[in-house]
Design a protein around this ligand. Structure first.
Ligand code: ZN
Length: 234
């Protein structure tokens, strides 16, 4: 019996590893989606009005967020900011600026816990704590990891889970900003949900890639739109 259990566990660990590798490819393969609680991976788009959906995780941040807002404004582009509750707590003016400039917001937990390090209850409490700071029905799980148990509970609570179809990989400190841009431009297509980070760690790449990427989107004749979201009931 013990051996069977160990064997099952080994398979589960291997599967987890495979899924996390798939999630960190530039484009998430469709097969990976079946392992996650239901959510939004990409958007339908109108052939005559192609759009992409750029998202920014982990902010607001004193340097990166104003930079992103300025660049989006230059290109008349809208984005969606998956904020950490603790960062909204310290940067409420930046959070308001995001909203005032017509962008969308989403919940990205209070302080970015790793699902494997905390209990399901503690994880859900962390999301609920962020709700006090981020007024949105959209939720993006940190590291793109979410168990069915936690995901279904959040869906029951009225959250729409937003994953992504393309990673800019701006968080990868070993990646040359030029390569980061090239990969992104090579992969992206209308309807994609693209992930950037308005964070300290990602800023050296974000600063190079975002303006050039927005320029590329503009030249393609595409628009960058915010994801639709609802406010939580007051
Ligand atoms: Zn994050």
């Amino acid at each position: 019996m013990k051996e069977v259990e160990n064997h099952d566990q080994t398979i589960r660990i291997r599967l987890r590893k495979i899924i996390s590798i798939l999630m960190y490819l530039n484009r998430v393969p469709k097969i990976a989606r079946s392992f996650f609680p239901p959510g939004i991976w990409e958007m339908d788009y109108d052939q005559t009005k192609p759009s992409i959906y750029i998202t920014f995780d982990d902010g607001p941040h004193t340097v990166a967020t104003p930079f992103v807002l300025k660049e989006l404004k230059k290109f008349n582009a809208k984005g969606t900011f998956f904020c950490l509750g603790k960062n909204v707590e310290t940067e409420p003016l930046l959070y308001n600026q995001i909203l005032n400039e017509g962008h969308a917001v989403g919940n990205h937990t209070y302080d970015h816990p790793r699902l494997k390090d905390v209990s399901a209850e503690a994880y859900i409490q962390n999301v609920e704590k962020a709700k006090e700071w981020v007024n949105s029905n959209l939720f993006r799980p940190p590291y793109g990891r979410l168990s069915r148990k936690v995901g279904n509970k959040l869906i029951e609570q009225g959250f729409d889970i937003v994953y992504w179809s393309i990673l800019s990989a701006d968080f990868d400190t070993k990646l040359d900003p030029k390569d980061c841009l090239e990969k992104l431009i090579f992969d992206v297509k209308p309807g994609d949900i693209v992930v950037f980070h308005d964070s300290e760690k990602a800023f050296p790449r974000l600063e190079y890639v975002l303006p050039r990427f927005l320029n590329f989107v503009h030249k393609q004749g595409w628009t960058a739109e915010a994801l639709a979201y609802k406010k939580n009931e007051e």
